[in-house]
Design a protein around this ligand. Sequence first.
Ligand code: SF4
Ligand code: SF4
Length: 441
Amino acid sequence: MSKSKGLTFKGGIHPSKDGKALSSSAAIQDAPLLKEYQLIIQQNIGAPPKLLVAKGDEVKKGQLIAEAGGFVSVPLHSPTSGKISKIDSIPGPMGIPVQAVVIAADGEDQWGELMESMDWKAAEPQAIKDRVRDAGVVGMGGAAFPTHVKLSPPPGKEIDCLILNGAECEPYLTADHRLMMEYPEKVLEGAAILGKALGVTDVYIGVEVNKMDAIDTLLAKADDYGVKIVGLQVKYPQGAEKHLISAITKREVPTGGLPMDVGCVVQNVGSAAAVADAVVEGKPLIDRITTVTGEPVKNPSNWRLKLGTPVIEAIKFAGGVVCEPGKVILGGPMMGFAQKSLLVTVTKNTSGILLMKKDEITQYQSVACIRCGRCVDACPMNLQPGSLSAAIESEKFDLAAKNNIMDCVECGSCAYVCPSNRPLVQHFRRAKAEIRKITKK
Ligand code: SF4
Ligand code: SF4
């Protein structure tokens, strides 16, 4: 393993408060069974799954509820046994209503028929990819991109390296940390299975060196699975795909390019564990580890939550609140999304539920750019955030595109250091959406 300060990339920031101590020593707990789950139908990037059930249908735990709607899509499975009480519109994590299957749990939590356990060492790579798709596995670090698609590079793209992201560089989140500590063999076996599916032998797990206990736990078994453990510097956004690749392999993904352009595939450690569950145990993805944390939470902790669990119930599992929160975020404070409703439910990419106190939330007044250049130093993608923001404010989306706005990973490092409190990420998200609309025409 690479020791000392760990490997890293150019740019990035060190957030002043990392908040991880609140929950990093809290062992993963299985959430109590609820009476109802509201399963958002589209939980993946790409085509929405096609619903296979209707109101009144009985379902078992793990039963197929919706099939993949195309190649870039995944199926969806029931998180428990019970009856479909309705298909309804509920608050979505992005602030707009979404369709959900509402399941009245029967309290039995009884599995339906599982898929057969695979002898993955003897299996064909395509059989593993099919199983990963059938189990509904997506990027669980936040992206929710179908995992089987990343395992299927187009002809001509040679992959020789798989990297698992165990950096968990977002402040406050500790779900991946606990997963690596408590289920190291599942993560390692998932890594080896993914390596077999890709036909690569260079398999790495990158972990920030603020999680030395997880590094040591993985190292104790890593050789058994042919996986290398790499210590990474504690810096945000160390877990972004291109920065993991840069830190571990010294390869630079070109502007507008993808990891596969430099022979790499990156997956999250949570997705690797889900792959091991799917391949070894035949279980589809129906729950995930989520950190419920922040100073207003009575007992910040890590939970195995079934998909479809309302956020308000997850907060109750963690003991409720000790003061009124000023903000509730799904994900971490840097890249997560503030929520308008606590009735929004857990999906495959809900890595954290973060509550912030009212006095931690500052309403900033944005003022003019003073051209200090701090955003340029912080940007890990070598962009010029201040100039890009000015172009976008003038609706010059073509200029923003020419200056590589599509490379922005929306990490928020520029906004974090900006003394003028410019709403940089909001500008970049808007510009990227506008450019996508134009290029799709
Ligand atoms: S411009 Fe994009 S990639 Fe660069 S620091 Fe800002 S949000 Fe991150
Ligand atoms: S950090 Fe803010 S004020 Fe400084 S150059 Fe960038 S956008 Fe302008």
